[in-house]
Design a protein around this ligand. Structure first.
Ligand code: SF4
Length: 626
């Protein structure tokens, strides 16, 4: 049994002392998978690092106990803790590329863990390392044991990380977003592997994730964190069937899927509060759709509305007012969408003349080697892709990383000219973009914009928001004077739901979701007819994702924009797209209406892809269930 009691973690920051984890208590038994979930910044990863005593230099465990069986770990000398770390509790990190030692063969890294925590040495330790590699499903372990990490794919590296974690034969594993960096099919393999190893070795698994689909498929119990505290603990079944805390209900309502087409998603208003200073009342109160007057002045304690189900909410206190505010519907609870939702969800708009036609598009990148950088070969990134898109329509392009989705998007937006060999045609309202140049190309480019996955990397950090938005207008609307540009920029920030004081600020002053709104505003600046959205929500939390999806649908409804929506998020595809095309190894293997492709997939790869997507087993019970 791993027993955490009143764990409090403090961090020094330039704004003062931050209480990242506040009096967190939980127990984890052997053989149990316990999921710690919540949005970024709620304290999940700090909890994991505190358990391993691996907090960053500016952090410390300010209070609490960590008991592993009879032993209290926070009081152990570091030398003894080193034996516990890896030997009794091991950790799997999110990003295997940065967690493996790049200059050490993978076998040596596993042997190191074996030698540190078991009596095996020499050949016996090496044999054991090969055995672990075989157990975690790495092909040809006898040969791969002498490889360096860079020779392995992302999924293989994560398998090696798991082998290292298991090599010390621990009782408990802390896995911090162990599959977030992986493709869905690899994710499914790694999750299956963890389940199987857990059964065989009766491991206790503390899984930290923001992916509620993964939790639903893996966890026995779930704890939801908010602003450094656990706000709900329940069995996974109960949590998904009948979430009690208003935050849990809103989070589940914010997940996009087919059943919510035509409704605005429940985008939870506001953001997680800063964790410095003292709280006088409930931390969720400013965002809560059921807040009562005394929530602002009373600290909620953990209540037990059902056996094995605990909730930190005053609605469940014994002295709760009898007529607490009823749950509004999920849609009404959402922050008001910025524009009306799309009128015809899931239905393809009346097909008119196609806006975009892609005919037999092929893209290959030269491989250059040697001092003279001679071309030695080619990577065929996209091969004979054809698709079309009409006004006001959303076509989703799905597939795993490296399948050519992003390259297709970039080729359509004309970002690969001069960088790759391109064949085929991209017609925008009948004009072949590859045959245009000069003013004609500039005018066509205005019609097709792109939004990238990482809004921070795609916004110039040295420019204020006004300059960022004005930049596009200057190059693509040279006829406009300063006053016309200013008016347009102010209209844009309003359209994406930001206040006009945003114009004088820099990108780093915004949250991830706000930055993605800025990226959308920049794309809208030149009044495009088509926006290529390249994984626009994959770096965002569920509630922020809901805001962005609501925004995109609202803009489509109001302005008739078409989207090529590149994603691996099948829930978002169901919710937002009219049609879908599935890509594999540079080719489209299946395409059709969302219902046809997702409900009745024909191609074996589509079936594999859909089967690998983790989904929440059951949605929230009717919202009046409290
Ligand atoms: Fe909402 Fe009040 Fe419960 Fe906090 S205590 S979650 S504000 S109802």
């Amino acid at each position: 049994m791993l027993n955490i009691k009143d764990l409090t973690v403090e961090l020094d920051s330039h704004t003062g002392l931050v209480r990242a984890v506040d009096a967190l208590s939980l127990t984890l038994s052997r053989g149990e998978t316990f999921a710690l979930v919540g949005e970024s910044g709620c304290g999940k990863s700090m909890t994991a690092l505190a358990l391993m005593r691996l907090l960053p230099e500016n952090g410390r465990v300010a209070a609490g106990r960590l008991e592993l069986g009879e032993e209290e770990l926070f009081g152990l000398p570091e030398a003894r803790m080193r034996a516990v770390r890896g030997g009794r509790i091991a950790m799997i990190f999110q990003e295997p590329s940065t967690s493996l030692n790049p200059v050490m063969r993978v076998g040596d890294q596993i042997v190191e863990a074996i030698v540190a925590h078991t009596p095996l040495r020499g050949t016996a330790a090496r044999q054991k390392a090969i055995d672990w590699l075989r157990r975690v499903g790495l092909p040809e372990p006898e040969r791969r044991i002498d490889e360096y990490p860079f020779r392995l794919s992302g999924g293989q590296k994560q398998r090696v990380m798991i082998a290292i974690a298991l090599a010390g034969e621990p009782d408990f594993i802390v896995a911090d977003e162990p599959t977030t960096a992986l493709d869905v099919t690899i994710q499914a393999q790694i999750l299956d592997l963890l389940k199987q190893l857990q059964r065989e070795r009766s491991l206790g698994l503390l899984m930290i994730t923001h992916d509620l689909g993964v939790v639903s498929g893996m966890a026995h119990r779930v704890a939801l964190m908010y602003a450094g505290q656990i706000v709900e603990v329940a069995s996974a079944e109960d949590f998904f069937a009948q979430p009690r805390h208003p935050y849990a209900r809103l989070l589940l309502s914010a997940l996009p899927d087919a059943s919510k087409r035509g409704q605005a998603l429940a985008a939870i208003r506001g953001t997680v509060p800063p964790l410095w200073g003292e709280f006088q009342g409930c931390r969720f109160e400013p965002r809560c759709d059921r807040a009562m007057p005394h929530c602002r002045s009373t600290l909620p304690a953990m209540e037990r509305p059902a056996p094995d189900h605990a909730v930190r909410c005053l609605l469940y206190a014994s002295d709760a007012p009898e007529h607490a505010p009823a749950h509004p519907s999920a849609a009404a609870a959402a922050a008001a969408p910025d524009l009306a939702p799309a009128a015809q969800p899931g239905q393809r708009p009346e097909p008119g003349a196609p806006l975009l036609q892609v005919e037999q598009l092929s893209v290959r990148f030269p491989i250059r080697r040697g001092l003279l950088q001679r071309v030695q070969g080619h990577v065929e990134a996209v091969q004979g892709v054809s698709l079309d898109l009409c006004a006001g329509e959303t076509l989703a392009l799905v597939g795993e990383s490296g399948c050519g989705k992003t390259t297709t998007g970039k080729a359509i937006v004309q970002l690969l000219r001069g960088k790759a060999e391109i064949a085929g045609r991209v017609l925008l309202k009948g004009d072949d973009l590859f045959s245009l140049d000069g003013d004609a190309l500039r005018a066509a480019r205005r019609q097709v914009q792109i939004i990238f996955q990482d809004p921070f990397a795609s916004l110039n950090p040295r420019m204020r928001v006004f300059e960022i938005l004005e930049e596009g207008l200057l190059s693509l609307r040279p006829e406009w004077d300063a006053a016309a540009r200013r008016a347009q920029v102010e209209k844009l920030v309003g359209q994406v739901g930001l206040r006009s004081d945003a114009l004088t600020r820099y990108p780093h002053e915004f949250s991830g979701g706000q930055r993605q709104r800025l990226a959308i505003a920049r794309a809208l600046a030149v009044e495009p007819q088509l926006i290529v959205c390249d994984e626009p929500t994959s770096a965002l939390d569920v509630s922020v994702q809901a805001q962005i999806l609501n925004l995109l649908r609202g803009l489509q409804s109001a302005l008739g924009i078409s989207y090529l929506f590149i994603t691996h998020n099948i829930g978002a595809v169901e919710y937002v797209a009219h049609r879908v095309a599935v890509m594999k190894e540079g080719r489209i293997v299946e395409s059709g209406s969302v219902d046809d492709v997702l409900d009745r997939p024909q191609h074996p790869y589509t079936r594999t892809l859909l089967a690998a997507v983790p989904r929440v087993r059951s949605q929230a019970a009717p919202l009046s269930a409290v």
